[in-house]
Write a protein that binds this ligand. Structure first.
Ligand SMILES: [Zn+2]
Ligand SMILES: [Zn+2]
Length: 149
């Protein structure tokens, strides 16, 4: 399912709008880093984003990319994807969605599950508060790996 194919120009406009609304300066570096996150729709790691941005901004450091991504995350522009392999990955798709993860190649694909999203947590979790993310990870074989078997 190809659900993560954003219209880059539109998303970039959205980015600028959100930055302005939140009082974040829209710098060239931030714009390039966000664009790299958008183009890299497979839930990139910070290193992956760095490799991409570097092609355009030769002088950028990994540390800057780390700090910028942390700023984006803080302001809700991107989301950290938990529980998936050992690397920290980021998601520009901040709408409610879940992940299919390939047990062989670690490919991550988005999927939507409105029925799940509507479900209430069971009573046994009611002594916890501040629960935010209800995120399902489904493991299996992606279509490429399935073909190889
Ligand atoms: Zn795979
Ligand atoms: Zn995702």
């Amino acid at each position: 399912m190809k659900s993560n194919n954003p219209n880059v120009a539109e998303m970039m406009n959205g980015f600028e709008r959100i930055c302005k609304a939140k009082g974040l300066r829209v710098t060239h570096q931030r714009t390039e880093i966000f664009r790299a996150l958008l183009k890299h729709t497979d839930h990139p790691t910070t290193e992956g984003v760095f490799q991409q941005v570097r092609k355009h901004l030769k002088t950028i450091s990994l540390d800057t990319v780390y700090r910028t991504i942390a700023t984006f995350e803080e302001h809700g522009l991107i989301r950290r994807v938990h529980q998936i392999d050992n690397a920290t990955r980021f998601d520009v798709n901040i709408s409610n969605h879940h992940h299919l993860v390939c047990s062989r190649c670690n490919k991550i694909e988005d999927f939507y599950w409105p029925d799940f999203d509507r479900m209430k947590l069971p009573k046994s979790t009611s002594h916890w508060s501040g629960i935010e993310v209800k995120h399902v990870v489904v493991n299996g074989l992606c279509s490429t790996c399935k073909k190889k078997t």
